[in-house]
Design a protein. Structure first.
Length: 75
């Protein structure tokens, strides 16, 4: 997903969420409960601003997206 503006927050897409859930495997879900099972109901999902909410600060899905961003230099 190409973005028009740069952001310092990780971008969470449906593909990133699905890959996160797949890689978690049998590990317990540690995403905030309001964000749904493994982040399926994440409020930042698809947001061009990225995971910029206070709730995202220690979210494993946001951390995973940030690691992918650093690894792939997507943005």
């Amino acid at each position: 997903m190409k973005q028009d503006k740069q952001t310092c927050f990780p971008i969470i897409t449906k593909e990133v969420q699905k890959q996160f859930e797949k890689e978690c495997g049998d590990k317990p879900d540690e995403t905030p409960e309001i964000c749904g099972y493994y982040g399926r109901a994440c409020r930042c999902l698809g947001s061009p601003d990225g995971a910029d909410r206070m709730l995202c600060w220690h979210c494993p899905l946001a951390d995973y997206a940030a690691q992918r961003k650093d690894k792939n230099n997507e943005i």
